[in-house]
Design a protein around this ligand. Structure first.
Ligand SMILES: [Fe+2]
Ligand SMILES: [Fe+2]
Length: 183
């Protein structure tokens, strides 16, 4: 899988996570984690090199600046109370700006990059991206056996039975990934 194919595949995950986060704010943390890692890897394995082509340097800088704007929107949303009735609007604002950015990359920047890069370089970068993505996002914990899983109360039940703690755990959750900290 070359770097363009790998980026487009991860865009599909980002679109899916955004749709899920709109319906279920609990997915918001996972959406943000994928988005921050995507930007970090996309800049290291794609935009840093694309800036070296005269025909593409402006587009590359514009896209990286859009990452910066998205990261500011993330910071704003992270500081907003999760249990506030307007929190879904924060998710929507972040998602709409992000979707616009993904569409622009796929329709304008990736076709240009495909013409500029040598095929073997696209393949090499794709392998690096895939390896980094697996290391940063591919870790999954084994599922509990069904008998034990049945003992775990759902998050909704916890909120209903413990109003004094409602939303506290999620509001304090750390993502463990600083903006741009992995570059
Ligand atoms: Fe991007
Ligand atoms: Fe992207």
């Amino acid at each position: 899988m070359n770097i363009i194919e790998a980026l487009i595949e991860h865009h599909g995950t980002l679109r899916q996570l955004y749709r899920q986060a709109e319906a279920k704010p609990d997915v918001f943390d996972t959406f943000i984690q994928h988005l921050v890692v995507h930007h970090t890897m996309e800049e290291k394995y794609f935009y840093d090199l694309l800036e070296g082509f005269n025909q593409a340097d402006h587009d590359a800088l514009e896209a990286v600046n859009e990452h910066h704007i998205i990261e500011m929107i993330i910071k704003d949303a992270e500081g907003f109370p999760r249990d506030h009735r307007n929190f879904p609007i924060k998710i929507e604002g972040l998602g709409e700006y992000t979707l616009h950015h993904l569409d622009e990359e796929e329709q304008e920047i990736f076709p240009l990059a495909t013409q500029l890069f040598a095929a073997k370089d696209l393949d090499t970068l794709g392998a690096l991206f895939t390896e980094a993505k697996k290391a940063l996002l591919g870790i999954s914990l084994p599922d509990l056996p069904k008998s034990l899983a049945a003992m775990v109360p759902s998050r909704d039940q916890i909120v209903e039975t413990g109003p004094s703690q409602s939303g506290t755990a999620r509001a304090d959750a750390a993502f463990g990934l600083g903006i741009g900290g992995l570059k």
